[in-house]
Design a protein around this ligand. Structure first.
Ligand SMILES: NC(=O)c1ccc[n+]([C@@H]2O[C@H](COP(=O)([O-])OP(=O)(O)OC[C@H]3O[C@@H](n4cnc5c(N)ncnc54)[C@H](OP(=O)(O)O)[C@@H]3O)[C@@H](O)[C@H]2O)c1
Length: 330
């Protein structure tokens, strides 16, 4: 029985974590090509904090509620949906709306909960899996034997990137800002570089340079990333936590045949996200089910404590993913 109203957490006004307020909202209805999910766990991502601060508007047509991923049970299917039926356990990439008891999303953006994972673990997968696969494997074209560097190695994105790159047979380096974070990166299979003590340009230089770098920092890292690349190397930007501007010598891009690219996931078309989902189903999910790639979970909070979860994220003390428990696991 689906109720008319649900518990949710909304952004009452742009601002700090305290603007996240528990509210009652109407349960959404699955439209054509969509499914309705009863959410048990929702992922917290850095872009949620940007949206909360008024710096990242939801795309048109998306829920104003935060929340880009969840895991739960399908409780409704819209017209034209053949992939799912009521009762299926899924995790899904959402255009928004995950901080709620019910959410709708395009049916093609949901994935089956991998065998061996709980709903809690599955909720930690979609945003990082879509982002890392599309930027490291598709855009970055990482191949076995290549040298891969990821910045923010202990982040949700970083912990996924280290594991995927390892599973693909790459040699992996990761930067992080504390001994504890570096230990976590090492445990996942990366050579960890504590950027407070060591210069990643020198470390990578000694090994011949990186073939691919995944960067979320930007700012002063941009020029240093180019220096760290081997000839023909690729730099993929997915965020600019340290700033988006840099003073660059472009000649090295020409002389050493470097590639600089990047992407953001959320504004991409439904069809583009469905293509990524298909790659995840075929190529990443078998690695997850084999235990080669596992979500790293830092902490969990009840939905009503979403503000506390955002404080944890913005403290940058976390290692891996932060989750909200929306309902008991059934
Ligand atoms: N382009 C896309 O499609 C896409 C999709 C999802 C996420 N993202 C972005 O990817 C990044 C990682 O996402 P996430 O959810 O994994 O976040 P997260 O877990 O909070 O990771 C951010 C990490 O970046 C490091 N960092 C370096 N410089 C920083 C700075 N100036 N401010 C804050 N942190 C800094 C921090 O680790 P240290 O303590 O080691 O510095 C922190 O753990 C975010 O910026 C997010 O917006 C992009």
């Amino acid at each position: 029985m689906i109720p008319d109203m649900m518990r949710a957490v909304e952004i009452s006004e742009p601002g700090g974590p305290d603007v996240l307020k528990p509210v009652s909202r109407p349960v959404p209805v699955a439209g054509h090509g969509q499914i309705l999910i009863r959410v048990q766990w929702a992922g917290v991502n850095r872009p949620d904090a940007l949206q909360r601060a008024g710096l990242y508007a939801p795309p048109s047509g998306a829920s104003d509620l935060p929340g880009l991923e969840c895991a739960g049970t399908v409780v409704g299917v819209g017209t034209g949906v053949t992939r799912w039926k009521t009762g299926d356990r899924v995790c899904a990439l959402l255009p928004g709306g995950g901080y709620a008891e019910y959410v709708t999303c395009p049916a093609e953006h949901a994935l089956v909960v991998p065998v061996g994972l709980s709903l809690r673990e599955a909720a930690a997968l979609p945003e990082t899996a879509y982002t890392v696969w599309s930027n490291v494997v598709d855009r970055g074209a990482l191949r076995a034997g290549e040298r891969f560097l990821v910045h923010g190695g202990s982040s949700g994105i970083g912990t996924m990137a280290i594991q995927i790159a390892n599973a693909l047979g790459a040699r992996v380096w990761a930067t992080a800002g504390s001994a504890e974070k570096c230990a976590a990166c090492t445990k996942l299979g990366a050579v960890a570089i504590n950027y407070r003590d060591e210069d990643f340009v020198k470390v990578l230089g000694k090994s011949g340079g990186a073939d691919l770098i995944l960067d979320m920092v930007g700012g002063s890292y941009i020029a240093r990333n180019l220096k760290s690349l081997a000839d023909d190397g690729r730099l993929v930007m997915i965020a600019f936590l340290g700033g988006a501007k840099a003073d660059l010598n472009f000649a090295q891009i020409m002389m050493r045949r470097l590639h600089v690219t990047g992407s953001t996931l959320r504004p991409q078309s439904e069809a583009a996200k469905a293509r990524i989902a298909n790659d995840l189903r075929c190529e990443l999910w078998p690695l997850v089910e084999a235990g080669a790639v596992r979500p790293v979970i830092d902490s969990t909070f009840p939905l009503a404590d979403a503000a506390e979860a955002h404080r944890r994220m913005e403290s940058s003390e976390h290692i891996g993913k932060i989750l909200l428990q929306v309902a008991d696991e059934g």
